[in-house]
Design a protein around this ligand. Structure first.
Ligand SMILES: [Zn+2]
Length: 234
């Protein structure tokens, strides 16, 4: 039988976790997990598993906690992904302007770009490429850059489609006017193949010293401000 009693040992079982009950009514319990996520749940979900809902805390298998918080966890992940994606999209011009600086240092090169979700049917996804790989792709493969109606250049940031038929749709962001551009014409293989090639090259590189994209962007912004204020003085 599972031991669901409060865990008093110094080395808690990693497969178990504590979930607090912070509020209880006849029809609902408010549960809070260790990372502070909270949700309302019907008391029967716990009582059906033989748990005492009058306790302040229940000690349960991690899988149960994940099950109870699945929706909240998914929403939190989605919000986090959206935040990371927009951070990347909004700062592409800044990242490209500092290309040499980023490519010259492994810890900047390997900065992970997260929150993306795109790829090619039967080939795979390109969700986990470091920023250095993106900069390399845009520099060396002209087909990965679209042109905006305003005349500005627009690096491709996302696509989906089939390698077999070549049917696809893609998204690019104009460096000049900032517009998001959708496109589906042109030869798809000249767009996705560079991603597959470059990703293969950097997938095996360790990320251990990499800084976060947020930190890198802050650094680049302060670097740019410093340069601007210097040139103002001259
Ligand atoms: Zn434009």
């Amino acid at each position: 039988m599972l031991n669901l009693k409060q865990n008093k040992s110094k080395n808690p079982n990693p497969l178990f976790t504590d979930v607090s009950i912070t509020k209880r009514t006849k029809d609902g319990l408010t549960l809070v997990n260790k990372t502070g996520l909270s949700r309302e749940i019907h008391p029967s979900v716990l009582t059906d598993k033989g748990l005492d809902i009058l306790l302040d805390k229940v000690h349960v298998p991690v899988a149960w906690m994940e099950d109870w918080f699945a929706k909240t966890l998914a929403e939190t992940k989605q919000a986090e992904d959206n935040r990371n994606k927009s951070l990347f999209y909004k700062n592409i011009a800044l990242l490209i302007a500092n290309k040499e600086f980023i490519l010259s240092d492994r810890k900047y090169f390997m900065t992970p770009v997260t929150g993306l979700n795109f790829g090619v049917y039967r080939v795979g996804n390109f969700n986990d490429m470091p920023i250095g790989a993106w900069l390399e792709i845009w520099s060396f493969y002209p087909a990965t850059i679209d042109t905006c109606a305003c005349g500005g250049i627009a690096p491709i940031v996302s696509f989906g489609g089939s390698a077999l038929s070549g049917a696809h749709s893609r998204t690019a962001i104009c460096l000049q006017c900032g517009k998001t551009i959708k496109n589906s014409s042109g030869k798809f293989s000249t767009i996705w193949k560079p991603f597959a090639e470059v990703q293969k090259k950097y997938r095996k590189f360790p990320e251990r010293d990499a800084v976060s994209l947020e930190k890198l962007i802050l650094l680049l912004k302060s670097k740019t401000e410093m340069l601007n204020s210097q040139s103002d003085k001259e």
